[in-house]
Design a protein around this ligand. Sequence first.
Ligand code: ASP
Ligand code: MG
Length: 454
Amino acid sequence: MAKLIVSKFGGTSMGDAECMLRSSEVAFRQGSSVVVVSATSGTTNDLIALGKTAETQTWEEAEKILAKIKTRHQKIAADLKLSDDSNKKLNSLFEEMESLAKGVHLLKDCSVKAMDALMSLGERMSSVLCTQAMATVLQKQGSNKSAKLFDVRDILRTDDSFGKAKPQTKEIAELASKQLGFLRDYKTVIVTQGYIGRTEEGMTTTLGRGGSDYSAAIVAEGVGADVLEIWTDVAGIATTDPRICPKAKPIDEISFKEASELATFGAKVLHPATLLPAIRKNIPVFVGSSFDAEAKGTWIRKDVDDYPLIRAMAMRKKQILVTLSTPEMLHAHGFLFQIFKIFNDHKVSIDAITTSEISVSVTLDDSTLLNKKLIQDLSEIADVQVEDNLTLISLIGNNINHTPGLGKQIFETIADINVRMICLGASKHNFCFLVSEDKSTEAIQRLHQKFVEA
Ligand code: ASP
Ligand code: MG
């Protein structure tokens, strides 16, 4: 039986007409039925700039950004010889973009809701263009399939947390089975948008920056796909960032659990939420480069052939360590509850945590510091200390918390670097610790040499 494949292409894979054609060739060769696309490279940032400029500056300034975005898309449209029908669609998106920007400018207010509507145009424009590229490739290949543009918002139901909306899994499955049941006939390749969704009331939302991977996984879950492919500009997941360690190697195969830790703890290849839907439905995920489709790439699956102790490592920069202490924690209960409640109320996610009898340390992204009220609320129940310029280093693998001597090997390798905090024990797959930002590169280089290159 044919496999139902969902393939996602990122912004660089949508960079220009040539990239779109190349990506469409990849989708054709893979036999994809659903192509999920990001905005063309740079466009989401430009749309954000448009919103901010329209809100705070003169209309002439906003018009410059509008022109820049239009020109980029018109050039691709011309290179792809866009059909009249698709040209009309593209022009109506330009009009929508201009009207939204004008509205923001008149009100001098770019709310998150307005920003989501504006940002959605990036993916909506690129998907119109990529549908043409896909049609061109199918025709050239003499395929009997046809390319069809599909508005993902018709299935991707979310809540109304604009800017970081939460997909509603059950509704999505229902909508997808009603609207996309025809995919199993394998006569159509739909091209659709990543990153965006719609509330029950019909308002456009986005899933948060870099959310197209996540969208693709949600769509894959919704349509009951057999495989999810994430095509980007690097040939899969590497043992660490090759810009830091030139000897970093591509990983052929990695388990869901390790890959989730890796994505969450700093590897940039996948949006951290991407694997959630794939894990729920046990959909294998392939990560490859649309620029080098012959390269092996990485498979992420529930079960893999081998389970090395250390498979990969990642770092997450710009971390802060917040230490909360109070004598009241001595022989008391409920203190952790109070602390977590405050983090929860502020929707702040904690990555690593250690406790002693009267204190708790947690690592957070340094952007959390912008949330003054959080620190204020924490200060009401404990003495708060904040240390910054830290990097969280994670070693990802298997059986990590049951391997004698691993800690010794790790810390011997970086014996002269101060380790500010260690988190070990909770996960079989992750050993992480904090070092100061200026020592982080050296630490990871040495650890990679010891555990991966050796
Ligand atoms: N276009 C969106 C962004 O740049 C989503 C994505 O590319 O994943 O954040
Ligand atoms: Mg992206």
